[in-house]
Design a protein around this ligand. Structure first.
Ligand SMILES: Nc1ncnc2c1ncn2[C@@H]1O[C@H](COP(=O)(O)OP(=O)(O)OP(=O)(O)O)[C@@H](O)[C@H]1O
Length: 294
């Protein structure tokens, strides 16, 4: 087996339980992400999704295990990994445009001012922002606009890995839908590798190449890797008509509603790797989910 672009190897996270012992959030988690893949992680609150993301970002250290990205161990934050959080994390004293140029200038220190400016404007336009809002401060923008700026900024520095932590969680359903479509368009034009957390099953199916499913904590595991067997380009309206859509959706609902609890708890395995699940109603003789060991 070849090494994937990003390789999470036997990652464990434990915290003091306040009574002299330790709580194990997850243990020996191993999975890989290929270059250019869009991977979404789903699991109940508290299973450790944000903890995994913070470790991938280099913002937190695992109790055990390593993360290797592009042949190098992840240690500490880097411009190689861009993060978009739910709460936008824009610098409040800078305009929308300056929030982007600031990042672009740091990423490409050799670029001229004009290069930085035109690159930044192009990315703001790509997420549907018009020039009349470029000079507004974050407090003068709507929640949807702020999140567009965050996404533009993240893509503008072409990080090797883009980490999205519930980026649309605070938005109303209509805005959320529009920005999902914009994110898909921007992503399709790049070879960007994305790892995203969401609680929204439909959003996960729309965006992902693969969905990682976590069991409930403590001792949570990434138990399954579900392939999204729906061709791209996708859009929110048409995707529900694809024969695989509800089959995949039902599988995810069953997992989160039932199996995530049944499978919970520690295992004896030295390494917990997800099983690959491929559901394809369009393939001949495919009636039930197929599980393959990876
Ligand atoms: N610094 C810390 N000290 C102790 N416990 C922590 C710490 N950080 C996280 N935890 C615990 O680790 C567990 C996993 O937290 P995490 O935020 O990763 O979960 P999550 O799956 O992202 O949850 P949510 O979906 O609610 O955001 C939780 O039980 C949380 O209380």
């Amino acid at each position: 087996m070849t090494t994937p672009f990003l390789s999470v190897e036997r990652l464990s996270q434990r915290y003091p339980d306040g009574e002299g012992g330790q709580t194990t959030i997850f243990e020996n988690a191993s999975f890989g992400i290929e270059r250019g893949e869009f991977v979404v992680i789903l699991g109940h609150s508290g299973c450790g999704k944000s903890t995994i993301m913070n470790i991938l970002a280099g913002l937190a250290e695992a109790s055990e295990g390593v993360v290797i990205m592009d042949g190098k161990e992840v240690s500490g934050p880097s411009l190689d990994r861009g993060v978009v959080f739910q709460n936008y994390s824009l610098l409040p004293w800078l305009s929308a445009l300056k929030n982007v140029t600031f990042a672009v200038a740091a990423r490409y220190p050799d670029w001229s001012k004009d290069q930085v400016l035109s690159h930044s404007k192009k990315h703001l336009e790509m997420v549907g922002l018009s020039a009349d809002v470029f000079h507004r401060k974050p407090s003068q923008l709507s929640g949807g606009m702020r999140q567009r700026v965050s996404i533009a900024r993240a893509f503008s520095i072409s990080p090797k890995l883009l980490l999205l932590d519930e980026p649309f969680g605070a938005l109303d359903a209509l805005t959320r839908g529009t920005i999902q479509d914009e994110l898909l368009k921007v992503w399709a034009g790049t070879n960007q590798t994305v790892f995203m957390i969401t609680h929204d099953i439909d959003e996960a199916i729309l965006l992902a190449d693969r969905i990682l499913l976590m069991t409930n904590g403590p001792f949570a595991r990434v138990a399954e890797s579900v392939e999204i067997t729906i061709p791209r380009p996708r859009n929110r309206i048409e995707i529900v008509e694809h024969p695989n859509y509800y089959a995949i959706r039902n599988h995810l609902v069953q997992f989160l509603g039932k199996h995530s609890k049944e499978l919970a708890g520690p295992t004896d395995a030295v390494e917990n790797r997800p099983e690959t699940v491929r559901i394809d109603k369009t393939a001949p003789a495919a009636r039930s989910p197929k599980k393959l060991a990876v």
